[in-house]
Each structure stands twice: as C-alpha cells, then as structure tokens.
Design a protein around this ligand. Structure first.
Ligand code: BES
Ligand code: ZN
Length: 475
C-alpha cells in the first residue's frame, strides 16, 4: 500500500477537521475496498459478463448503504441502475450524484502489464480496468459521504446517488428511467466525476463536453469469398469500396466532407479561444503523451480547439477479408466499419446520422449491398461557467488541491448530462479527479493513488460548500 497522505496538514483552517481526520485514517481501507470493486469485471458491452455486472451493482448498493443512503438495485431492460438517497432537511440543497459502475472491455489483454481485473499498485498508480473510468472516481464520492455520515451522523445536504451500468454502451435505458422518476430524482444540481484534471497538479472543472453519434456500415458483395485471380477485376470488392468510401469522409485539411456536416456548428467565441490559449499546453509534450509522431486535424484550429470544440468523424474499427498470417488471395464477400462522429453545440445527432448515411450510400458502387446500422447518440453541451454552483465547486476543489481549478471543455461524451438538463432541468458539475493520461479505454488503465485520496477530500469539501447554498425548494 502506498504511504498515506496527511490530509489534515493540507487543511488546518477549516471546521471539517474531524471528517478530514477520518478520511486520512481510512485511506488504506478505502484503497482496499476500491480494489475489491475493481476486481469485479463489470464489462457492459459483453453479455458473457452479465452476472459480474449484477454482482457489481450489489457492491455499489452496499457501499451506498455504508454512506448512510437508503439504496436499491433497479432492474432495466439492460443492466441495472443502483439508486440511493438520504433526504433529511428540506431547507438544504439536494444534490444528485451520477456515475457508472460498468467498464470498457479490457482487450487487447496481451498489452496489459498485469491482468485488468487483478488491481495492483505500481509507482503510486492503481492499475485495473475501470480504475479511473469510472469506479475509482465514483468511489471518492461514496467514501467522502461515508466519512460525513460516520463522523457526524448526518450528511451535509440531501443526497441522491444514481450509478448506472450502461454508460460505456450508450446509456440506452437511462433516459426512460429519468422520465419515469422525475419527482424522485428532483435536485438542485448534479455532480459527476467522470472527466479529468487538466494536467498533473492542475485541477479542472469541465463546463462543456462533445456529443457523439455512432454507426456501423456493412457492404456485401459476392455470396462468398472468391479467388482474386480468377475473379479479380470483374466485380466490386467490398473492402476496396468501403475503404474508399470512408477515406473520402475527411479531406487533406482535416475537414469532414459530409454535406451539411458543419451547418449547425456553434462557432467558438473570440473570448473562449483566448481562454483556451491561456491554458498551459505543450504540443511536443502532448505528442509524447499519446505516442504519436505528428499532429493532424482541421486546419485553422489549435489542438485544444480541435479536441474540445470542433466536430470529428473517426473510424473506430474495420473488418474484412483474411487477416491471419501469410497472404490469401481472395475478394472478400463483405466488409464492415464502425464509425463515430463527435459533435459540438448545436449539432443534432439524428441529422448528422442522416447526412452520414446519405453520403456513404451515394458513394457505394453498384453491385454491393449497403447496410447502415445506427447506434447510440447524444448532443454536446456547454454550460455557463459562472453559476453559483460552479463557484461553490471551485472553492471546494481549491480547498482540496491547494489551488483553484481551471475551467475547461473536453472532447469525450457523457450522455446523461444533457438528459439531466432536458428532463430534470438541472446543470451538472463535472469534477474530474483523474487524468487524460490514465489510459482510459486502453490497456494499463490506472488511477493515481494520490488523485484518489485528493478526489475524496475534494468530494468531502464539496458537500460542505454545496450544503451552505440555498435550496431552490425542490427535493
Ligand atoms: N469518462 C468517459 C467520458 C470522458 C472521458 C469525458 C474523459 C471527458 C474526459 C466516459 O465513460 C466515456 O467514455 N463515454 C463514452 C460515451 C459513449 C459511449 C456514448 C465516450 O465518450 O466515448
Ligand atoms: Zn466514464
């Protein structure tokens, strides 16, 4: 176990000494429990893990109970939602915490230094699938609430806690749950820790995320693989056709060529571009981090602008023909590609998918059967970063990290944030305790142990700051 951080030292001048002391004393236990959480392979995308996902929901329910919440597992048509709450004083604000207990598939397994579901600490980092995305971050809130509850016998503020098991596969059943439980979920503000700090030692509050649409395109040619010598040159090859069709989606200037793609894009303001430009950013450091040799993107925009506030179109995977060892001379009978577009305000997911489908369908050569399958989608958003809730959160982060957070947008997507706005009418505070370099969705995902403890302290401070605010009368 790595050395304990003395959180008490960090905060001599506040009235949370007892809670902070408890958190400090509990660090080794909290880390052990997080390892237990990480040992459960709750891979939502793969039905082989269904039982593990269910087991993981039960782990979350018990952790909620330990934090003083009345908690239950709520089945959905997909993976279950775990919901807990503690409402004790209508004059205090009600805060809705959201997170996800499901994780991305761990593949490719051979690139992990140690197995993905056997959590291990090396160099102050806890390695496991889900360590930072999002189990470790969810756990900071559970442990912070538990500290308040154990030490004070009550929570600061009214807390509602919603942890789902389908975020990594598009949150398909969450919207229905939100719509069916508007009253029960009513709150003043939501809190999510599923983003990142800006950099090493630079905490951040994220006020905007990109949206996303996902689709799969399939081409079918001859009824079976054919000898490419006997038949090559006489019929359309699905692999040739598909690579050409998707290759044309981006031009040499990094612009997406789908007609109408940029029609609804909200342009960045000069003030926001200046604000991005003031953030410390090193292109060479960035390239080193991602292990790439050169930058590529839409001409006329900086790397941060491209990542946070410009739309994209990416092929996520392709399958066709023979990919085993040695050559095999065939015309494959089919080809498939998975494509996602990241969206920015005010792009409409359905409109983008329509445009993508039309563009691909039009460029498909005769003789091939074209199929387009739509998957999940959500809109982008950008909140007003000057709200009273953001100020309170900023004070809490400053207290825990010893410096105020920077305000950033990020390129990833968390579908529920816009649903909270549209269905429950509330804004979300996005407080990321992890780092973009934590290998989210990649082999050797990890969470810095120091970030885990700092995040837990940040969460404990947050409840105090938010509780000091006025309730809007809903609970
Ligand atoms: N935690 C990420 C989103 C994220 C990561 C936002 C880092 C900002 C910074 C989340 O779990 C995720 O990966 N979401 C998916 C959503 C999709 C499946 C709808 C994504 O962005 O690919
Ligand atoms: Zn996540």
């Amino acid at each position: 176990m790595s050395g304990q951080q003395n959180l008490t030292e960090q905060r001599k001048d506040n009235d949370m000494q007892d809670v902070i002391q408890y958190l400090t004393d509990q660090q080794p236990r909290a880390l052990d429990q997080l390892c237990e959480f990480l040992r459960i392979p709750s891979v939502s995308a793969d039905s082989a893990f269904r039982g593990d996902v269910q087991r993981c929901a039960e782990f979350v329910r018990q952790a909620m109970t330990a934090a003083g919440l009345t908690a239950e597992i709520i089945p959905t048509k997909g993976h279950p939602i775990v919901y807990g709450e503690r409402i004790h004083d209508a004059s205090l604000p009600t805060i809705l915490v959201y997170g996800h207990y499901d994780v991305q598939p761990p593949d490719p397994l051979d690139l992990w230094t140690t197995p993905p579901f056997d959590p291990q600490i090396r160099d102050g980092r806890l390695y496991a699938r889900g360590a930072t995305d999002d189990k470790g971050q969810v756990f900071t809130h559970l442990k912070a609430l538990e500290a308040w509850f154990v030490v004070r016998g009550e929570l600061p503020g009214n807390i509602k806690f919603l942890i789902e098991g389908e975020e990594e596969v598009g949150s398909d059943h969450l919207e229905e749950f939100l719509k069916g439980h508007r009253e029960r979920l009513a709150a003043d503000v939501a809190v999510i820790s599923d983003t990142s700090q800006y950099g090493d030692g630079i905490p951040a509050i994220t006020y905007g995320l990109r949206g996303i649409v996902a689709a799969e395109v399939r081409l079918r040619g001859p009824s079976k693989d054919l000898h490419s010598g006997i038949f090559g040159g006489s019929i359309a090859n699905p692999a040739n056709a598909l690579t050409k069709m998707i290759g044309r989606l981006i031009d040499d200037d990094g612009r997406v060529t789908i007609p109408g793609f940029y029609d609804d894009v909200a342009e960045l303001t000069v003030a926001e571009r200046q604000q991005f430009a003031r953030l410390p950013f090193s292109e060479s450091g960035f390239l080193r981090e991602v292990g790439s040799g050169a930058l590529f993107g839409e001409t006329g925009w900086t790397t941060l602008e491209r990542r946070w506030a410009r739309p994209t179109c990416d092929v996520n995977g392709m399958i066709s023909g023979y990919t085993g060892e040695g050559p095999k001379t065939i015309i494959p009978s089919k080809a498939m590609a998975k494509i996602t577009c990241r969206l920015v305000p005010d792009m409409q997911p359905a409109k983008v998918l329509d445009a993508l489908e039309a563009c691909l369908r039009e460029s498909c050569p005769p003789g091939l059967k074209f199929e387009f399958h739509r998957s999940h989608g959500c809109q982008a958003f950008a909140f007003d970063p000057t709200s009273q809730w953001i100020t309170a959160a900023s004070n809490a982060v400053a207290q825990a990290f010893g410096q105020p957070p920077v305000f950033i947008r990020e390129g990833g997507s968390i579908p529920v944030v816009l649903s909270f706005k549209q269905i429950l009418g509330i804004d979300t505070l996005l407080l990321g305790w992890g780092r973009n370099t934590d290998n989210l969705h990649s082999p050797d995902e990890h969470f810095h142990v120091a970030d885990f403890h700092r995040g837990t302290l940040g969460s404990a401070c947050l409840w105090e700051k938010l509780a000091a605010m006025k309730a809007s009368g809903r609970s």
